[in-house]
Design a protein around this ligand. Structure first.
Ligand SMILES: [Zn+2]
Ligand SMILES: [Zn+2]
Length: 136
């Protein structure tokens, strides 16, 4: 299947060609800061299944910082509107994955039908987000 998405101003656009992307909540402090709220909702897909439109490459800016594990994390965001579109980590077991911000997905119907199936970095979180998700 193909899912499309992009940043707020659409300067960055992408397609995901993944059989079934995994939706995960991340409670790490960086996801909190990046999202401007208290958790991140990410679609986890192999790097080879994330395709950026040709014009996106000039619009994307990257910002690096050490992640929770100590490995370098890179956030890719739109230099025009500031939307974080995806991130990646140098951590050995997750290197090949891209974490696409679920809110940038165009297909909201798909998102409604695919609840998060995992939560990561819970100890860094506020504690009540997971409970809330399960209650809704
Ligand atoms: Zn943008
Ligand atoms: Zn995170």
């Amino acid at each position: 299947m193909t899912l499309k998405g992009g940043c707020s101003c659409q300067a960055v656009q992408y397609e995901i060609t993944s059989p079934e992307p995994v939706v995960a909540l991340c409670h790490c402090v960086q996801c909190q800061a990046m999202s401007g709220t208290v958790f991140g909702t990410n679609l986890m897909v192999p790097a080879s299944e994330l395709h950026l439109s040709p014009s996106s490459t000039s619009a994307i800016k990257k910002w690096q910082r050490p992640g929770s594990s100590g490995a370098t994390c890179t956030n890719s965001f739109c230099s025009n509107c500031g939307t974080t579109v995806f991130s990646q980590t140098e951590a050995e077991n997750m290197k090949a994955m891209r974490f696409i911000k679920a809110g940038t997905l165009e297909d909201k119907k798909w998102l409604r039908e695919h609840r998060p199936v995992m939560e990561i970095n819970r100890p860094e979180g506020v504690g009540w987000v997971g409970d809330l998700v399960r209650q809704i």
